[in-house]
Design a binder for this molecule. Structure first.
Ligand SMILES: Nc1ncnc2c1ncn2[C@@H]1O[C@H](COP(=O)(O)OP(=O)(O)OP(=O)(O)O)[C@@H](O)[C@H]1O
Length: 259
């Protein structure tokens, strides 16, 4: 598929179902990639429930000049989201084909202005809209976000299969909401079970990229529009996201490794 001029690589961040923390991961991985020195864009392609305005704390609308739309820059990355154009109380009711054409416009008509990587926060699930996006966007690779339960319950596998079917390399699985760390005493508890993800990934033949704990700081910072990678860059959580970003970068830019 023809690459998009000015965009070197596109990373899809997907999940088999909603609510697993995909957008939080996509945002922090994007910021992690930026902290490594890459020029990063984040496209919130979750048109039904856009989360970038909230997660990134962006309240203004993008600049439009003629038929060009300019992404909003924050925390060193360029961000575009359908959420910038709609009111929170008015959810978009769109049919699949409309979603796909809006997204195509977002990848191709937004003036990204030269990116090393565009992180595509996919809509949750593996339906027609997701499949068409995976087929019609020149994806370099994909990362699947999954909770421990979700891996065990095959939802994540549907995500893997979708990318396999369209020949997009899967860089690996991230286990989100892994061990719960009590904010009061710091004691870890495996509420959703833990430890199986790495083994599951191995069984499924894909790399395991890391496990992100279920922690109040992550939720509070997400909701406040101050993702942990930028608001607490030295925290354990931020370090986990950054390590994932390093692994992803090694796959996106193998030539840099060889240097
Ligand atoms: N590791 C974590 N620890 C604590 N809370 C988390 C973690 N990851 C995500 N969350 C919280 O879980 C909720 C859902 O996260 P998010 O919006 O990223 O999920 P999603 O999979 O993108 O959802 P959707 O399917 O609705 O798009 C948010 O309130 C977020 O702050």
């Amino acid at each position: 598929m023809a690459p998009i001029p000015g965009i070197k690589t596109i990373l899809a961040v997907a999940s088999g179902k909603g609510g697993v923390g995909k957008s939080t991961c996509a945002t922090n991985i994007a910021l992690g990639l930026a902290s490594l020195g890459f020029r990063v864009g984040l496209l919130d392609a979750d048109i039904y429930g856009p989360s970038a305005p909230k997660l990134m704390g962006i309240h203004e609308q993008p600049r439009i000049e003629g038929d060009r739309v300019f992404p909003i820059e924050k925390y060193g990355i360029k961000v575009m989201s359908m959420g910038f154009f709609m009111e929170e109380e008015n959810p978009v009711i769109w049919r699949g084909p409309m979603v796909v054409s809006a997204l195509m416009q977002f990848t191709r008509e937004v003036d990204w202005g030269g990116l090393d990587v565009l992180v595509l926060d996919m809509p949750p699930g593996t339906g027609d809209a997701q499949l068409t996006m995976a087929q019609q966007t020149p994806l370099t690779g994909a990362v699947i976000i999954s909770t421990p339960q979700d891996l065990a319950l095959i939802d994540a596998r549907k995500g893997l299969n979708m990318f396999k079917n369209v020949d997009v390399p899967i860089y690996g699985i991230v286990e989100n909401m892994s061990t719960f760390i009590c904010p009061h005493c710091g004691k870890p508890s495996d509420i959703f079970g833990h430890g199986g993800a790495e083994e599951d990934a191995r069984r499924l033949g894909v790399p395991f990229l890391g496990a992100i704990p279920l922690h109040m700081d992550i939720r509070e910072n997400s909701d406040a529009g101050t993702p942990v990678v930028v608001s607490q860059p030295d925290s354990t959580h931020a370090q986990i996201y950054k390590k994932i970003a390093i692994k992803v970068a090694a796959r996106l830019f193998p030539e840099d490794d060889a240097e």
